[in-house]
Design a protein around this ligand. Structure first.
Ligand SMILES: [Zn+2]
Length: 202
């Protein structure tokens, strides 16, 4: 489930800023450096560059746009996240982008078997590709694995007011990404009904 977590984590770097707007964790190379450090455990087998350059930032942002374009397709007929729905790349371009990024680094299965632990199989880069390529390929592989897997059907865009988050449903009746979004949505519905009630009376 590492793929699901990594694909989602990349998608939600574009998020609600708490004041009705949208903020971007990957707005600059410093933001990308922090994000890569925080997600190093999910980026198995990659060499995370300590100081990512503008080229890597652009490539990661283009990859994220591709992921969000295909997330918008995956949640249909539900609505997509409103954060960037108006400026997503076309779906065929998004698929081409993800496939091309994944192909940057060939991988091979590698078995490890530590004492006292079950054997573990990991797909690791072969040869000695540039660090930036290992990161891009790992992000793309995670997205492709998620889109091909059973959790794609559980993907939703949170419908709470102002929320722009994609999430994977934990249980069938989950409507919102977090309990706090559920509370906000219920309060908004209550006010809406209240307003309509007053409208009818006057
Ligand atoms: Zn939400």
């Amino acid at each position: 489930m590492t793929a699901t977590r990594l694909a989602l984590k990349l998608a939600v770097t574009l998020r609600h800023d708490g004041h009705g707007g949208v903020t971007d964790d990957l707005a600059d190379t410093e933001g990308l450096a922090v994000w890569l450090r925080e997600h190093a455990a999910l980026l198995d087998g990659t060499t995370v560059p300590a100081a990512p350059d503008e080229a890597l930032l652009t490539a990661v942002r283009e990859l994220r746009a591709a992921v969000r374009s295909l997330f918008a397709r995956a949640v249909r007929p539900g609505p997509p996240s409103a954060a960037d729905a108006h400026r997503l790349p076309p779906e065929d371009e998004a698929i081409r982008r993800l496939n091309a990024a994944a192909a940057r680094v060939p991988t091979a299965p590698q078995l490890t078997w530590e004492p006292g632990a079950p054997p573990a199989l990991r797909l690791l880069p072969t040869g000695s590709p540039p660090a930036a390529d290992t990161v891009l390929a790992a992000l793309a592989r995670a997205a492709l694995t998620f889109l091909d897997g059973p959790e794609r059907a559980l993907l939703r865009a949170c419908p709470a007011p102002r929320c722009v988050r994609y999430f994977v449903k934990d249980h069938a009746r989950q409507e919102w990404c977090t309990p706090s979004c559920g509370n906000r949505a219920r309060v908004a519905r209550h006010h809406e009904r209240h307003r309509e009630g007053r409208g009818d009376a006057s």
